[in-house]
Design a protein around this ligand. Structure first.
Ligand SMILES: Nc1ncnc2c1ncn2[C@@H]1O[C@H](COP(=O)(O)OP(=O)(O)OP(=O)(O)O)[C@@H](O)[C@H]1O
Length: 250
C-alpha cells in the first residue's frame, strides 16, 4: 500500500500539494486526474522519495519512504512525462536490463524480464536498436518497459500515453490490467481520461493541490467536468463496460 497522511509540499510560498491524505491499496488501479498545475506530479514524486514533504508523511508497504529510500524506489516504479531523461544505455535491450541488473538478478531472469517488458510495449525483437535513433514515442515505450522490468509492487505512470500509437497503447493498457489483477497497484497520472477511465477502479482528481474527487469512475465521472480533465465522449458505455469486469481490478 502507498499511503500519504496530511502531505503538504510548497515551492517557495506556493502550495503545490495541500494536506493530501490518500491510500492506494495493493492491486488497485487509480487514475490521478486534474488540470495542468493541479499538483499531480508533485504528489506522486513523493511516493518514492524524489520529493520530501514539507508537512505530513508518506509510507510504502507500511514503511516511511524517507526511512529507506532504496526500498521505496524498488517498491515503486515510476515513468515520467519526459522519457528522454530516463534512458541510460545505448541500446533498447541494455536500457531495459539496466534496472534488473542493478538488482543483482541472474542473467536468465534479467533476459526473461527484458523480453516480457519489450513484448508489453510492442517492441519485441528491437533489443539491439540504438536508443538515440528511436522516435519520441518509441523512447516512451522503452521507458515504460524499463519500469515494467523492475516488477515493482506499485507502478506510477505520469502521462504515459501521449506519444504512443494505438497498438502500443492497447498493449500497455493490457499489461497494466494484468499487473493490477496480479496485485500490483497502478497509478496513471493524466488530465485526459479517454483511454483509461474504462480501466480504473478509482478516479482521484486534484485541483489547486487538493483532492476534490475520489471514487469509482461510474460514481464520479459526472463531477469531473468542472476540473479541466478530458473524459470520453461515450462515457456511459465505457464506464458500463468497465463495471462488467471483476471489481477491484484494473
Ligand atoms: N520545480 C518547481 N518549482 C516551482 N514550482 C513548481 C515546480 N514544480 C511544480 N511547480 C508548481 O507546482 C504546481 C503543481 O505542479 P505539478 O507539476 O505537480 O502539477 P501537475 O498537475 O502535475 O501538472 P501537469 O499536468 O502540467 O504536469 C504548479 O503550480 C507548478 O507550477
Amino acid at each position: 500500500m502507498i499511503r500519504t497522511e496530511g502531505l503538504t509540499r510548497r515551492y517557495g510560498d506556493a502550495v503545490a500539494v495541500d494536506n493530501v491524505t490518500l491510500a492506494i491499496e495493493d492491486g488497485e488501479c487509480v487514475v490521478l486526474a486534474g488540470a495542468n498545475g493541479s499538483g499531480k506530479t508533485t504528489l506522486v514524486r513523493h511516493f518514492n522519495g524524489l520529493l520530501e514533504p514539507d508537512e505530513g508523511t508518506v509510507e510504502v508497504n507500511g514503511r516511511g519512504v524517507g526511512a529507506d529510500l532504496v526500498a521505496a524506489r524498488t517498491a515503486v516504479g515510476m515513468v515520467f512525462q519526459e522519457p528522454r531523461d530516463q534512458l541510460v544505455a545505448a541500446t533498447v535491450g541494455a536500457d531495459v536490463a539496466f534496472g534488473p541488473e542493478n538488482l543483482g538478478l541472474a542473467r536468465d531472469e534479467i533476459d526473461r524480464r527484458v523480453a516480457d517488458a519489450l513484448a508489453a510495449v510492442n517492441l519485441s525483437g528491437r533489443g539491439d536498436d540504438r536508443v538515440d535513433q528511436l522516435s519520441g514515442g518509441e523512447r516512451e515505450r522503452v521507458a515504460i518497459a524499463g519500469a515494467l522490468a523492475m516488477e515493482p509492487d506499485h507502478l506510477v505512470l505520469d502521462e504515459p500515453f501521449t506519444g504512443l500509437d494505438d497498438p502500443a497503447r492497447a498493449s500497455v493498457l493490457d499489461r497494466l490490467r494484468e499487473l493490477s489483477a496480479s496485485g500490483t497497484s497502478v497509478v496513471i497520472v493524466t488530465h485526459d481520461l479517454r483511454d483509461v477511465l474504462g480501466l480504473a477502479d478509482r478516479v482521484v482528481a486534484m485541483a489547486e493541490g487538493r483532492i476534490v474527487v475520489d471514487g469509482p469512475p461510474e460514481r464520479v465521472v459526472d463531477s469531473l467536468a468542472g476540473y479541466d480533465v478530458r473524459v470520453p465522449e461515450t462515457t456511459e458505455t465505457d464506464v458500463r463496460g468497465r463495471s462488467a469486469r471483476p471489481p477491484g481490478r484494473c
